[in-house]
Design a protein around this ligand. Structure first.
Ligand code: HAM
Length: 422
């Protein structure tokens, strides 16, 4: 039997309701913050990612799904959203209608990483890109929005870690400092990957997850002495705005991010429940990307949350996807009545299910339980004679009789009570 490719995952019916909920909550909140949805293709020219994520990054050197198509074009599955969104912003002249744009996206990304819990080859992001401003209030708002989306989805216990990478010149200074520190004896204690990074992409040595490297790095590098005055002031302002919003954060000088386009504010959101792959989201400012890609010289800031990782943390009732009503009908007359009622319920936006296999009442009750129905409406021969049905609350196990003519009204009010937690 052919199975799903390693590192990919089916989102099954028991879970898809929670995915839909997270997406809906996110869309509602993103609208509240003024973001509009953008949908870009999952395939792009490979050069888009190589040039803009960075030739020496892990994503580009090791993790892209790239191929040459029948027309000899080099194509890659998108490993992230930011480069595609900026391409689209420039290509479609989105800056001409309004130079400041707030865009969001929800969709799959692809990275050929070694699969493990929380690390997939097809994963899903909810991301935002606010393009067209250098204002520090934007950094703070973007960080607050990432926290709001997590809060609203019910993710608790996450930590927000911030750092200031400075401008491009500052990053060059930092690279030089790190090269100097680690090209002597100290460098010998680094892992093989970091020995290579010191030559090609020194910043990444700072966030190596290898215990030995972490120790050496923390012993030798402590302060952000390389940051210029303007970038220092920008970050101080960002912190002031974040404090106004009462967002809790920690400053972590070892956050550098795995994508080269970042400048100034960078952040990661981590969660202890995720093990070594502990980031549920990350982002920051990238003030050179639009200009580098041939677009206007505008500042920008954004983040992406990993939905698969949010799902790992959310310990929600998998049955939240179940129908409002399951109708258990016994006998032909009851089934015919039930079939009419089901139609009325659906026309009144009440979701319901019915048995299609003439099962016994006991078996139908079992099925109602397994699909996670909130209530069961029981109709048998007696009920037909009396002109009423029995409504059973599957949580409290309480049962009451309701007249056929009052079914919609009574069920709607019972559902409203459960929503209010009564
Ligand atoms: P990133 O840190 O590469 O940033 O990814 C963001 C989030 O996507 C991660 O924190 C994680 O939750 C999730 N993620 C990444 N790789 C995987 C994987 N292999 N399996 C499961 N989840 C994963 C970016 O992608 C930037 N484009 C974010 C951004 C937007 N910065 C500015 N704007």
């Amino acid at each position: 039997m052919i199975k799903a490719i390693r590192g990919t995952k089916d989102i099954l019916p028991g879970e898809s309701g929670i995915w839909q909920e997270i997406e809906k909550i996110s869309r509602d909140n993103l609208k509240l913050f003024g973001y509009q949805e953008i949908r870009t293709p999952v395939i792009e020219e490979t050069a888009l990612f190589v040039k803009n994520i960075g030739e020496e990054t892990d994503i580009v050197t090791k993790e892209m799904f790239s191929f040459v198509d029948r027309g000899e074009r080099n194509i890659s599955l998108r490993p992230e959203g930011t480069a595609s969104i900026i391409r689209s912003y420039i290509e479609n002249n989105l800056d001409k209608t309004s130079q400041f744009r707030k865009l969001y996206y929800i969709g799959p990304m692809f990275r050929a990483e070694r699969p493990q819990a929380g690390r997939l080859r097809q994963f899903h992001q909810i991301g935002v890109e606010a393009i067209g401003s250098l204002h520090p209030a934007l950094d703070a708002e973007v960080i607050a929005l990432s926290a709001k989306l997590l809060d609203e989805a019910g993710v608790k216990g996450y930590r927000i870690k911030l750092n200031n990478l400075g401008c491009r010149e500052d990053k060059k200074k930092l690279s030089k400092i790190l090269k100097e520190i680690f090209s002597n004896k100290k460098g010998e204690h680094l892992c093989e990957d970091c020995k290579r990074r010191i030559k090609m992409n020194p910043l990444r040595v700072l966030d190596c997850k290898n215990d030995g490297c972490r120790e050496v790095v923390r012993d030798t590098f402590k302060e952000a002495v390389f940051i210029c005055g303007e970038c220092k002031t920008h970050f101080e302002e960002v912190l002031k705005f974040i404090d106004m919003l009462n967002i809790k954060y920690e400053i972590d000088p070892y956050i550098v991010r795995g994508l080269d386009y970042y400048t100034r504010t960078v952040f990661e959101i981590t969660h202890g429940g995720l093990g070594s792959k502990d980031a549920i989201g990350a982002g920051g400012r990238y003030d050179n990307l639009s200009l580098d890609m041939g677009g206007p010289d505008v500042g920008a800031c954004g983040f992406a949350l990993g939905v698969d990782r949010m799902m790992m943390i959310l310990d929600r009732d998998k049955k939240s996807n179940g129908p409002d009503i399951f109708i258990a009908a016994i006998g032909d007359a009851a089934y015919a009545k039930a079939f009419g009622i089901i139609n009325d319920l659906r026309n009144n936006a009440i979701s319901c299910e019915i048995d299609y296999e003439k099962k016994s009442l006991k078996a139908q009750m079992r099925e109602a339980n397994s699909v996670g129905a909130k209530f069961v409406l029981i109709i048998g021969e007696d009920e037909i004679v009396k002109g009423e049905a029995a409504l059973r609350d599957m949580k409290t196990k309480e049962q009451s009789s309701i007249k056929f003519e009052n079914i919609i009204k009574e069920i709607a009010s019972a559902l409203a009570m459960t929503k209010r937690g009564l």
